[in-house]
Write a protein of this length. Structure first.
Length: 165
């Protein structure tokens, strides 16, 4: 059996997040349609556009390492998105729907932040300076989205869910 290297691990993790981003890009419009709060709808749509840019940056990273851009099934994101689907179905039309959608979206963001933080560290270790720049840009966007969602939760969404209780 061939020895696995950090380069191999970087590539496998890159395939994982590439798959995840593509799945997220497809899920965000559905989440936006389901959301009742106008600001939450807009946050999902804005992040859809950002996610499409993140996919393009990942494709650039694949090029930098001389590999074809391809995904590998990410069980973690499949599970998180499935939970979001369940919330959409189980809480449809209720005041708690937006709070649930927001929580599911933050679970996605936290997963992405973890993955991109790891990829940045490994790219630095591997001397992939251009990849570091691309991945850090995405990491910053993911962190900003998480902050935006937290602000929405604190300022309106969670209160609206509680008031109706």
């Amino acid at each position: 059996m061939a020895t696995k290297t950090l380069e191999d691990l970087f590539y496998e993790t890159l395939k994982d997040i590439y798959y995840a981003e593509r799945k997220i890009s497809k899920a965000l419009p559905k989440m936006a349609r389901g959301a009742q709060d106008a600001k939450l709808k807009q946050a999902f749509l804005t992040h859809k556009d950002e996610t499409d840019g993140q996919i393009e940056r990942l494709q650039q990273v694949f090029e930098l390492i001389g590999k074809r851009a391809r995904g590998k099934t990410c069980a973690a994101i499949e599970g998180i998105l499935e939970e979001g689907e369940e919330i959409l179905e189980e809480f449809k039309g209720t005041p708690a729907l937006d709070a649930g959608l927001l929580a599911a979206a933050q679970a996605v963001e936290h997963y992405e932040i973890s993955r991109y933080g790891t990829l940045v560290a490994w790219a630095k270790q591997l001397g992939l300076k251009d990849a570091v720049t691309l991945l850090e840009e995405t990491l910053a966007e993911e962190s900003k989205t998480d902050e935006t969602l937290t602000a929405l939760a604190d300022s309106a969404v969670n209160m609206a869910a509680k008031k109706a209780a």
